[in-house]
Design a protein around this ligand. Structure first.
Ligand code: PBG
Length: 334
């Protein structure tokens, strides 16, 4: 006879591996993962990014190799970000619309060599902007509508180069509608739009800005941070407003960024969205796990798998993560 009369024993479902497998609510698979990659000018070079151990800036030929490896692992797509040299940066970010620039060349190269791998491109201006902002700086502020004009041109250049999904990461008002119209008018009706719907003004982008040298410049007349366009970390109802606008304007995917400090927002967006929800597990989230693992303070694999599973449990259908390649390998071995 048991000591206690406990007809309800939740531990029954945790007894063995197969029992846990049968009662598991959330699954993490390679199907959900997008690998962000950094491209730079040059040839046959991989430059390690100090603040993101395991991640590199890649020349186009190396990028293609990496794309091939990710495709072979079953990863559905990559999100591409360019490292532009300082002498190419201007206050109007005009290099961004050069169809022969590094970024369109990189898109064309990947699509030519690994056609099935989805290429997700960014239309934000910061990598090309000598002021280091996602939009055009005018009179000490970000000019929303002037920025839209440039981003519409960038989106067309990317779609012409073969981008499958255009993903503006800038948080300007009205960008999804404006870019949708521009793409449709250029005949790119099948190019999808992934909106950075709720992108917060976050400290966790630090390593990324390091990788691209894209932080706002400390200069008179240039806003010191991105608080006038990225969302206040205190807000969550506002994310639903952004969601409503993005859906009205035609977003095909909606994103929450960063991921781990905003799991509650992911859940709310999931509950209100009828398109796939994406979460961006950003550079700082990656760097924290890497730093702790390097010190022996936690296990990288277990820590990463738990974090990504939590993001799925919160409601993300797709995760952009610097762990994508490793996770695909881990899942392959399992
Ligand atoms: C800029 C951009 C940022 C990231 C992606 N695009 C940083 C920022 O807004 O300053 C961050 C990604 C990461 O941290 O991994 N448009």
């Amino acid at each position: 006879m048991p000591l206690y009369d406990l007809p309800q024993r939740p531990r029954r479902l945790r007894q063995t591996g197969n029992m846990r497998r049968l009662s598991r609510e959330t699954r993490l698979s390679t199907d959900h993962l997008i690998q962000p990659l950094f491209v730079m000018a040059g040839e046959n070079e991989r430059q390690p990014i100090g603040s993101m151990p395991g991640q590199n800036r890649l020349t186009v030929d190396q990028l293609v190799q990496e794309a091939r490896a990710l495709d072979a692992l079953g990863i559905p797509g990559i999100a591409l970000f360019p490292k532009i040299p300082d002498d190419r940066k201007t206050t109007d970010a005009r290099h961004a619309v050069d169809a022969d620039g590094l970024y369109p060349r990189a898109i064309r190269a990947v699509k030519a060599e690994v056609p099935d791998l989805l290429v997700i491109t960014d239309t934000a201006l910061d990598p090309y902007n000598s002021d280091g902002h996602d939009g055009i700086v005018r009179d000490g502020d970000i000019d929303n509508d002037a920025t839209l004009d440039v981003m519409c041109q960038i989106a067309s250049v990317h779609a012409d180069a073969g981008a499958d999904i255009v993903a503006p990461s800038d948080m300007m008002d009205g960008r999804i509608g404006a870019i949708r119209t521009a793409l449709d008018e250029a005949g790119h009706t099948d190019t999808a739009l992934m909106s950075y719907t709720a992108k917060y003004a976050s400290a966790y982008y630090g390593p990324f800005r390091d990788a691209l040298d894209s932080a706002p410049r400390r200069r008179e007349g240039v806003p010191v941070d991105k608080a006038t366009y990225q969302m206040d970390p205190s807000n969550s109802d506002e994310a639903l407003r952004e969601l409503r606008l993005d859906l009205e304007e035609g977003a095909d995917f909606v994103m929450v960024k960063p991921a781990l400090p905003y799991l509650d927002v992911i859940r709310r967006i999931r509950d209100h969205s009828d398109v796939p929800v994406v979460a961006y597990n950003v550079s700082g989230e990656y760097a924290m796990i890497q730093a702790a693992a390097a010190n022996g303070w936690l296990d990288e694999r277990a820590g990463a798998m738990e974090a990504l599973t939590s993001i799925r449990r919160a409601g993300a259908d797709v995760i952009l993560t610097y762990f994508a390649r490793k996770v695909a390998q881990w899942l392959d071995e399992a």
